[in-house]
Design a protein. Structure first.
Length: 50
């Protein structure tokens, strides 16, 4: 799943999964934001499984 990453003016990073609306995570570093978003993607997909 694709994760998009962007840096905000304040310096923190935001990562989101466009395929899953509302799945986004913040981090102090790009890697931290991506890791948090990936974990959230896995959690959302697991919750959707029957």
């Amino acid at each position: 799943m694709r994760i998009e990453v962007e840096r905000e003016e304040g310096g923190r990073w935001i990562a989101e999964a466009p395929a899953l609306p509302g799945v986004m995570a913040y981090g102090d570093t790009e890697a931290e934001a991506v890791a948090r978003a990936e974990a959230l993607v896995l959690r959302v997909l697991a919750d959707r499984s029957p």
